[in-house]
Design a protein around this ligand. Structure first.
Ligand code: GLU
Length: 546
């Protein structure tokens, strides 16, 4: 029996590997273009780490005029969940992560598909056959019991675990022995015939982590499983070769697979792509850094940000500050630039895990929201409320123009107010603007807090208040009212001679502010009063006087 016939006996498929090499020609792209992929397994929701990885992969290819494709790695069918693929695509699209090629909601897009590994069985088998013909792979008939038996002995003797060297029982089977086992109907899988020596180290250069050394792989890893699908390792090598990936960009939990992956590329006769292993986002626990965990940390779920109402765009900026530490500085220096213009650099990516910085996220979010138009803030607030606070949503809808005007206070100007951090808190920031919500439980009086003084301030102010005032006359009237009660109209003068006055114009206007909103800190009081209109202003002040 020739080795070709032997390979045909072991692995059944349609086309040989040359057919596939011809089917997927090399990509014709400009020099330096990065072909990258995002290659998730459809095992659950998209978490923050996955979003971060896909963002970097997507952006690195875009900024080099390359290609980024979505490949679904579903060779482990036991872990695949229903609608997993749709969820990934939809979740990423919310963050503007769309792919040039790959799996889409309407099937595959691109010339290098299928992009779903479970549909590529024939392709993998063609290359597995090639390995068998070249005596680089062999069938393994070991049963669960045999494997467990060896594993226990290795553990007992404190030896390295796995299927290698003398432990690789089936490696020594002759062709005749294999043929007779197959004729007996014995089940088998296919393993790689590793030529590696664990005591030899090889050099490896990661685009992010730099130069490293690894022991060679000597494990005869499984490449074709009993369900007739390849393992992830083999599929990754075959796919990235045929799909023309130049850069494998992925989480650094895959770094330990490098000896196997590099070896597979070599044994398959493929050019090895470049690898960029991304360090994780971490949190601190008991004084130690650990990777954000899908199971333990709410921040790991994208839904967490959705519920909080942190805009997706802000979250992406946050991730970009983690990806390249010079991004924040660039943003400061290029205030009006589109973040897409910033070029990510592998060399500036963190080598170790980065701590998740809540405060930074909040400040980025505030800054992001401050730059939105009032109508955009309104839409986001409404969308959030529709999902999480129906009553507030009704108010926003009922008073649409009024609400947009509220969100427009100190907005759409050079130095917009940066007070909204997320949409789950927005109601608690604007509630006093709506009579339906306004039930002050506590007036935050400041310096002027005696009943008599407050009453005096309010009664006096009502005499000076004119709802038709423009901002300047409004302020002049406030000042006149204050001065009439011996509050200093001029802050500088007040600072020099505080004892001459009952207080300052600031103390005086604070009483008005607190009477109207119950809060001592609000956006521009003139704007608030203008939006309130005469009746609401007078009613609320009279309410306090009473
Ligand atoms: N399917 C792997 C995952 O779920 C992808 C690893 C890779 O990108 O090579 O993370």
């Amino acid at each position: 029996m020739t080795r070709e016939e032997y390979a045909d006996l072991l692995v059944k498929n349609e086309h040989d590997y040359k057919y596939y090499e011809d089917k997927y020609p090399k990509r014709d792209l400009p020099e330096g273009a990065i072909v990258s992929r995002y290659a998730p397994s459809p095992t659950g929701y998209v978490h923050l780490g996955a979003l971060y990885t896909s963002f970097i992969s997507r952006k690195m290819s875009k900024q080099t005029n390359g290609v980024c494709f979505l490949r679904i790695e579903d060779t482990d069918q036991k872990r695949t969940i229903e609608n997993g693929v749709e969820r990934i695509i939809e979740d990423l699209a919310k963050f503007n992560i769309n792919f040039d090629e790959g799996v889409t909601l309407d099937g595959d897009k691109g010339n290098y598909g299928p992009y779903m590994q479970s549909k590529r069985g024939d392709i993998y088998k063609a290359f597995i056959k090639k390995l068998i013909i070249e005596d680089k792979a062999y069938p393994c008939f070991c049963t669960e019991e045999e494997l467990k038996h060896d594993h226990d002995r290795q553990a007992l003797n404190k030896e390295r675990l796995g299927y290698y060297g003398i432990w690789a029982r089936c490696r020594r089977l002759s062709m005749d022995e294999v043929i007779s086992k197959i004729n007996n109907g014995e089940k088998y899988i296919i393993r790689l015939k590793s030529k590696g020596n664990f005591n030899h180290h090889f050099k490896f250069k990661d685009e992010i982590k730099g130069k490293m050394e690894f022991p060679e792989n000597d494990q005869d890893i499984v490449i074709l499983k009993s369900d007739d699908l390849p393992t992830y390792h083999l599929a990754h090598a075959v796919d990235d070769h045929l799909m023309g990936t130049t850069h494998v960009i992925r989480g650094d939990e895959w770094l330990s697979s490098i000896p196997v992956h590099v070896q597979l590329f070599e044994m398959l006769g493929f050019e090895t792509p470049k690898y960029a292993h991304i360090s994780p986002i971490c949190i601190e626990e008991d004084g130690k850094k650990r990777k954000l965990s899908k199971r333990k940390d709410p921040e790991a779920a994208i839904s967490y940000y959705h519920e909080k109402g942190i805009p997706y765009g802000a979250l992406m900026l946050f991730l970009e500050t983690i990806a390249n530490s010079n991004f924040e500085m660039w943003m400061l220096q290029n205030k009006d630039a589109n973040p897409d213009e910033f070029k990510l650099d592998f060399k500036k990516m963190p080598i170790g895990g980065t701590l998740f910085d809540h405060e930074k996220l909040i400040s980025i979010s505030k800054n992001y929201i401050s730059k939105l138009k009032a109508i955009e803030v309104y839409d986001m607030a409404l969308n959030h409320a529709l999902e999480y606070d129906k009553d507030f949503a009704l108010l926003l809808e009922k008073y649409k123009d009024y609400s947009v005007s509220i969100f427009n206070i100190e907005r759409e100007q050079k130095k917009p107010r940066k007070d909204i951090a997320n949409f789950s808190e927005i109601k608690s920031q604007v509630w006093y603007m709506y009579d339906e919500l306004y039930k002050p439980v506590n007036y935050e009086w400041q310096k002027i807090n005696s009943k008599d003084d407050i009453k005096e301030v309010l009664n006096t102010y009502l005499k000076y208040y004119n709802p038709d005032d423009d901002k300047n006359s409004w302020f002049d009237h406030m000042k006149e009212a204050a001065v009439s009660l011996n509050y200093a109209g001029d802050m500088k003068e007040y600072k020099v001679n505080p004892d001459k006055y009952k207080g300052s114009i600031a103390d005086f206007s604070t009483v008005i502010r607190v009477s109207l909103t119950s809060k001592c800190n609000t956006p521009d009081l003139y704007e608030i009063m203008r939006l309130f209109g005469k009746d609401r202003v007078i009613n609320r002040i009279n309410e306090v006087i009473k």
